[in-house]
Design a protein around this ligand. Structure first.
Ligand code: NAD
Ligand code: UDP
Length: 320
């Protein structure tokens, strides 16, 4: 197949591209390099079935040749990054989704949207099932991301139901692993880099808020299964690891795993930071036969090894 991945130079996109190329597909990557790095796909640049195009999904683009599938991943995922230019973040989600849906229509391609557990906002129920409509603030720092992703889901609904496009919506919960940008503020990469460099681990609030962390290989497997699910699988599907940890527990695990003697340093909890997050993955289990296989303790080891190596080779200080 010939497959377009937007946001392919980012953390998830680069792992997805690796898998698709390994399966023997031709891959086109569109990315404006806002939060991604060309280094993430550098090893594929000489591959004749891989093409990189520096492009912002807000603008329309003409794509030569056929496309069978489009994975729409373009969008900064870290609050620190998506809050830097909120209007651009919102436009990335909404105009980006519309442009890609039109492209899917033109090419008669299947299209998958990387949506997010953030559509549930600060949820009042746990675990979160897909039918839960969420508690989201339209008037706060996270709104550009949450509302942009919600609006994108609405566009996928309309194009799927009324314009005959084969659409897929993955509601992705916190995912971690090698190639996370060390400076993008997400909690797993931040804690690991802090622990490995002897800096205090910055805990926001009391650290009793929870997240469920999915290892990147599991997530990529879920995305591919969802894309290939039988025709008509248009409803949103949660993809994440149901194991739930407080942020303080995560900090302790990172300290143990790295053998670091870094201290814990408490900071103010950011506005609208969700108190709990845990996916109900019954729909993914039933529809896709999917469930995560890598427990947090094992995924952390692999991620720590990656950052340790980056530090040893001197790559990290250049980014930070
Ligand atoms: P990332 O920041 O590493 O990757 C996003 C990529 O999109 C980057 O390469 C960036 O340069 C590119 N991009 C951003 N805006 C763009 C634009 N306007 N035009 C073209 N390219 C643009 O983030 P990630 O963790 O790889 O997330 C990928 C997708 O998955 C995002 O849509 C994100 O919202 C979604 N998601 C991720 C997580 C997670 O935990 N990683 C959770 C929920 C949803
Ligand atoms: N967090 C933290 N210290 C950090 C970065 C994040 O305590 O240095 C917390 C943050 O407040 C949130 C959780 O960790 O409660 C997950 O944050 P992240 O930005 O990784 O993802 P999101 O908030 O989008 O789930």
């Amino acid at each position: 197949m010939r497959i377009l991945v937007t946001g392919g130079a980012g953390f998830l996109g680069s792992h997805l591209i690796g898998r698709l190329l390994a399966e023997g597909h031709e891959v086109v990557c569109h990315d404006n390099l806002l939060t991604g790095r060309i280094a993430n796909v550098a090893k594929h640049l000489a591959n004749p079935v891989f093409t990189f195009v520096k492009h912002d999904v807000i603008a329309t683009i003409r794509v030569e040749g056929p496309l069978d599938e489009i994975y729409n991943l373009a969008c900064p995922a870290s609050p620190l990054k998506y809050e830097l230019d909120p209007i651009h973040t919102f436009e990335t989600s909404v105009l980006g989704a519309e442009n890609m849906l039109e492209l899917a229509r033109l090419k008669d391609a299947r299209i998958l949207q990387a949506s997010t557990s953030e559509v549930y906002g600060d949820p009042e129920t746990s675990p979160q099932v897909e039918d839960y409509r969420g508690l989201v603030n339209t008037f706060g720092p996270r709104a550009c991301y949450d509302e942009g992703k919600r609006a994108a889901e609405m566009l996928f609904y309309e194009y799927g139901i009324h314009r005959g496009i084969e659409t897929r919506i993955a509601r992705i919960f916190n995912t971690y692993g090698p190639r996370m940008a060390p400076d993008d503020g997400r909690v797993v990469s931040t804690f690991i880099v802090q622990a490995l460099t002897g800096q205090p681990l910055t805990i926001f609030g009391a650290g009793d808020q929870t997240r469920s962390f999915c290892y990147v290989d599991d997530l990529v497997d879920g995305l591919i299964r969802l894309m290939r699910a039988p025709e008509g699988t248009k409803a949103p599907v949660n993809l994440g690891n149901p194991g739930e940890f407080t942020i303080k527990e995560l900090a302790q695990l990172v300290l143990e795993k790295t053998g670091s003697s870094s201290e814990l340093s408490y900071r103010e909890l950011p506005q609208d930071d969700p108190h709990q997050r845990r996916p109900d993955i019954s729909r993914a289990r039933n529809l896709l036969g999917w469930q995560p296989t890598v427990p947090l303790l094992e995924g952390l080891d692999r991620t720590i090894d990656y950052f340790r190596e980056e530090l040893d080779t001197g790559s990290l200080p250049m980014w930070m």
